[in-house]
Design a protein around this ligand. Structure first.
Ligand code: C2E
Ligand code: CA
Ligand code: CA
Ligand code: CA
Length: 279
């Protein structure tokens, strides 16, 4: 038993070393990923409830790693944030999303908004306002077409600094969207103070949404709150017809989820059609 235990321990240790090694390797690779053009943005539509048209696109970051294949943000964002590399990556995302928005504009989609996710780290840096302004100027886009998605925890992080940055972004004319609403340590007072235009109901309330459920009562209340505060309400993670119909009936403005379109490379997206994309 003792011997087995030791082997078990060694096995565990070896696995730990492998994991630590992988993280170190990923961190090194991350530094070169921008220069090597390994990042891509996929886009997921926000569709006017219940089934269209498409009113906006959310940019979601992907990393084409030369050995590990297509990595989703959960695999590398924590590393990008702890190393500070998220600033450079985030600026790349802003520029790339604006570039794509310009392409869509020139194809005639002049009302389409593009949403970019922001990390806490970015929101804590005062250079963000200038980066956003520059990206819009570079591609000659009106600020009103850009949506910045922040999570409640982001806004809560360093509250005063974040509020100041958010107010300056809002003054610039970009839209602020509160992502994953209801999942963080939210305070309704913060919500009142944030210069936000959009509220995204967290997938956690949509996943098991059914008529007569507690989720329905919560979603109904969030929609009422959003309307009172003059915010557009979007539901994320819509996967079934039942969720779609109920959310539309409850007065949700826009829907997002696999049912309405998966995140896809921009080349494969068909606009003016709310059908599913390819992932
Ligand atoms: P998020 O902003 O809440 O984005 C929604 C996530 O749910 C995306 O995962 C999307 O692919 C996934 N999703 C969309 N529809 C459905 C559905 O119907 N069912 C299910 N089960 N999932 C759905 P993804 O792309 O892996 O992104 C994860 C998170 O990474 C995002 O969550 C966002 O917080 C963050 N992220 C993505 N791109 C960026 C970026 O460019 N910068 C920063 N700072 N964060 C990003
Ligand atoms: Ca988001
Ligand atoms: Ca979410
Ligand atoms: Ca999120």
């Amino acid at each position: 038993v003792k011997k087995q235990g030791r082997n078990g321990y060694r096995f565990f240790e070896r696995r730990m070393n492998a994991e630590v090694h992988l993280q170190m390797q990923l961190k090194q690779d991350l530094r070169r990923a921008i220069q090597r053009h390994e990042f891509v943005l996929h886009y997921q539509p926000k569709v006017k409830a219940p089934d269209g048209p498409v009113s906006g696109m959310e940019a979601l970051l992907r990393w084409h790693h030369p050995q590990h294949g297509l990595l989703s943000p959960d695999r590398f964002l924590p590393l990008a944030e702890s190393s500070g590399m998220i600033i450079e990556i985030g600026n790349w995302v802003l520029d790339q999303a604006c570039r794509q928005m310009k392409v869509w504009s020139e194809l005639g989609h002049e009302e389409l908004t593009v949403a970019v996710n922001l990390s806490t780290v970015q929101l804590g840096s005062s250079s963000l306002v200038n980066e956003v302004r520059l990206a819009l100027e570079r591609h000659a886009l009106p600020p009103s077409r850009l949506v910045l998605e922040i999570t409640e925890s982001t806004a809560m992080g360093d509250a005063e600094e974040s509020f100041s940055v958010l107010n300056r972004l809002s003054a610039l004319g970009v839209s602020i969207s509160i992502d994953d609403f209801g999942s963080g340590y939210s305070s309704l007072l913060y919500l009142k103070r944030l210069p936000a235009n959009e509220l995204k109901i967290d997938r956690g309330f949509v996943r098991e949404l059914k008529r007569g459920s507690d989720d329905e009562a919560i979603v109904r209340a969030v929609i009422a709150l959003g309307k009172t505060l003059n915010m557009k309400v979007v539901a994320e993670g819509v996967e079934t017809r039942e969720q779609q119909a109920l959310l539309a009936e409850l007065g949700c403005h826009s829907l997002q989820g696999y049912l309405l379109g998966r995140p896809s490379a921009p080349e494969t997206l068909v606009l003016g059609n709310s059908g599913s994309g390819e992932s």
